[in-house]
Design a protein around this ligand. Structure first.
Ligand code: GRF
Length: 200
């Protein structure tokens, strides 16, 4: 299965997926909306095709998404993986990849869609936090949940310490979710993904 991974920055989730060396998975390309994204250089060093597509060069979100889809489709993807891709996507774009685009979000969805998830969890006094892998739909950080991992929130946590604890789980959860997609184990029925994801 051909996989195209979209990133915006450091790309540690992308690295975890590449390093998982998933049977039947071909990492066809890594694409970033910031040409200076650190993860692009990491991928290029490993011989993976990379594309930097600067969203600031486009007049509108629609125009960027049209070009982004063209770049993605050049690699014939079976699966598109959003890994720290920090752009809101247009409904036309999300519809194009319905059922074959995954995202990871650093909260236990449906709690805390959007930004600053860790600080918001701390501010609410949450006792647990975590991360979710979900299929992408038009609505930001919604869509059928594939897998989740839970971590404790400690009394002395800061945004940084909680983010680091969650990120460790992301690096296990996301490769496993991609492996299950590639193995054909993920089916959406009535808007839900069946099956229990292996807890970390
Ligand atoms: C991750 O925490 C991801 O869940 C969030 O942004 C971060 C990206 O990290 N959306 P990286 O680029 O994968 O290292």
């Amino acid at each position: 299965k051909n996989i195209v991974i979209l990133i915006s920055g450091r790309g540690s989730n992308m690295q975890a997926i590449v390093e998982a060396d998933i049977a039947g998975a071909n990492i066809a390309a890594v694409i970033a909306n910031r040409p200076d994204a650190a993860g692009l250089a990491w991928a290029a060093e490993r011989g993976i095709a990379t594309v930097g597509l600067d969203h600031k060069q486009f007049a509108s979100r629609e125009a960027f998404d049209v070009q982004l889809a063209a770049e993605i489709d050049a690699f014939n993807p079976d699966l598109v993986v959003l890994a720290g891709f920090m752009r809101i996507l247009t409904p036309t774009f999300t519809a194009r990849y319905e059922g074959r685009m995954l995202n990871i979000h650093p909260s236990l969805l449906p709690a805390f869609p959007g930004l600053h998830t860790h600080q918001r969890a701390i501010d609410m006094g949450c006792k647990v936090a975590g991360c979710s892998v979900h299929f992408v739909t038009a609505e930001l950080d919604h869509g059928p949940i594939v897998a989740q991992a839970v971590v404790p929130v400690l009394d002395d946590d800061t945004e940084a310490t909680l983010a680091a604890r969650v990120l460790q789980q992301e690096h296990k959860l996301y490769p496993d979710a991609v492996r299950r997609f590639v193995a054909g184990e993920l089916t959406i029925r009535a808007g839900r993904v069946a099956g229990v994801a292996a807890p970390a």
